[in-house]
Design a binder for this molecule. Structure first.
Ligand code: 5GP
Length: 191
């Protein structure tokens, strides 16, 4: 998505530790018009796939997932919550992911009530790096017995292994901007 790439080039900041900061429009302050166009783009990609529910993870996936759900006839949007095993009841699906930005394990969970075997799920997230977040979400879809149609990612850091790992498992992954390389000195290069 050319508009998104230009915005990343203009406002993105590459931080040490391989983090791209896009706080000015994607995951702190949100450019809602851009986000709506991101939702439209995901609809172009997955619009024929009879999606019944969008699944994401709190907090930074929610905006893109919301914009996307609106394009799919306002289908329900479910976000996995982050928490610890201690506060989980028996009626939840849960999975563990290693958090890239927080450097630690996190448990994520979704109530049984909000996913069913009849669902055709599109997972949406803001970033794909090592694939931990999307793997954990796909594990939750598996536990629910629902059908995973694919994953829509706003920014994929394609030089990190997550995208390849998921695609090797046969999961359809569509990214709107694929970063081939980035570093604080030389900036960002797209695929
Ligand atoms: P993964 O699980 O694929 O390693 O990382 C995905 C999650 O980590 C995303 O949900 C996102 O919140 C966060 N993340 C990974 N890399 C970056 C990055 O470069 N910038 C930002 N802002 N978040 C990232």
């Amino acid at each position: 998505m050319e508009e998104l790439k230009q915005r990343i080039l203009k406002e993105g900041r590459v931080l040490p530790g391989d983090i791209l900061k896009v706080d000015s429009f994607l995951n702190h302050q949100i450019d809602t018009a851009l986000m709506n166009r991101i939702g439209q783009r995901f609809h172009e990609l997955f619009g024929n796939d009879k999606i019944t529910r969008i699944l994401t993870i709190e907090a930074s996936g929610i905006a893109a997932a919301y914009a996307t759900a609106q394009q799919f006839d306002n289908c329900p949007l479910v976000f996995a919550k982050k928490g610890t095993a201690a506060n989980m009841s028996a009626d939840v699906y849960h999975a563990t992911a290693y958090s890239y930005t927080r450097s630690g394990e996190m448990e994520i969970y979704v109530s049984h009530q909000y996913l069913s075997p009849a669902d055709r799920i599109l997972i949406i997230d803001d970033f794909l790096a090592n694939g931990q977040a999307l793997s954990a979400l796909s594990e939750i879809v598996r536990q629910a017995g629902a059908h995973l149609v694919g994953c829509g990612v706003v920014v994929e850091k394609a030089y990190q292994p997550g995208g390849e790992m998921l695609r090797r498992q046969g999961i359809r992954v569509e990214s709107l901007a694929k970063i081939a390389a980035m570093d604080p000195e030389n900036g960002i290069r797209f695929e």
